[in-house]
Design a protein around this ligand. Structure first.
Ligand SMILES: [Ca+2]
Ligand SMILES: [Ca+2]
Length: 169
């Protein structure tokens, strides 16, 4: 009897340990993180220079039916406190914006995708995010980059990121 119970318990435990399929991105606000490319294609550093900074990015969607200004929303990478609030940029209803790590001019491209730039001189999204969950939070304007949950609207978690690969959140 005891061994049957033990076997049942083990089977139940195993059922709970089965990896959960990636859940769909979600948000409690106007903006949602949908994708991330934590590991820019190619070497991050060449000849002591940070390269392809804009190949590192995450994608945010305006899930509302009206324009939302990105200004002040805080991307909080949970393994550091480099967080800069997003710049002022009007993202139309339903549109997506690529939030790049490096420098550039915020714009809408020919395919209708939007791009904003955070102006860092180094890669900031961890290539190996296995130690934290989530790896990135998007927080309401005025929130702190303190690696804590307060103000969180949407999250993304990726674990170890392959070179140049984009992950769904
Ligand atoms: Ca990176
Ligand atoms: Ca942080």
């Amino acid at each position: 009897m005891r061994s049957i119970r033990a076997a049942l318990a083990a089977a139940l435990l195993a059922a709970f340990l089965v990896p959960v399929p990636a859940h769909a991105a979600s948000t409690t606000g106007a903006l949602m993180i949908t994708h991330v490319r934590p590991n820019a294609k190619g070497a991050d550093v060449k000849d002591n220079k940070q390269t392809n900074l804009n190949g590192e990015y995450f994608i945010v969607k305006n899930v509302t039916n009206k324009t939302v200004n990105l200004k002040g929303y805080v991307p909080d990478i949970t393994s550091n406190t480099y967080g800069r609030a997003l710049p002022s940029y009007n993202l139309p209803a339903g549109a997506v914006v690529y939030v790049h790590t490096g420098s550039g001019t915020n714009h809408r491209d020919a395919n209708g995708k939007h791009h904003v730039y955070r102006g860092y001189a180094r890669h900031v999204l961890p290539n190996d995010g296995t130690g934290r969950n989530p790896d990135l939070r998007l927080k309401t304007p005025g929130s702190k980059d303190d690696n804590k949950a307060a103000g969180t609207l949407s999250t993304c978690n990726w674990g170890k990121a392959a070179d140049g690969r984009t992950y769904s959140c």
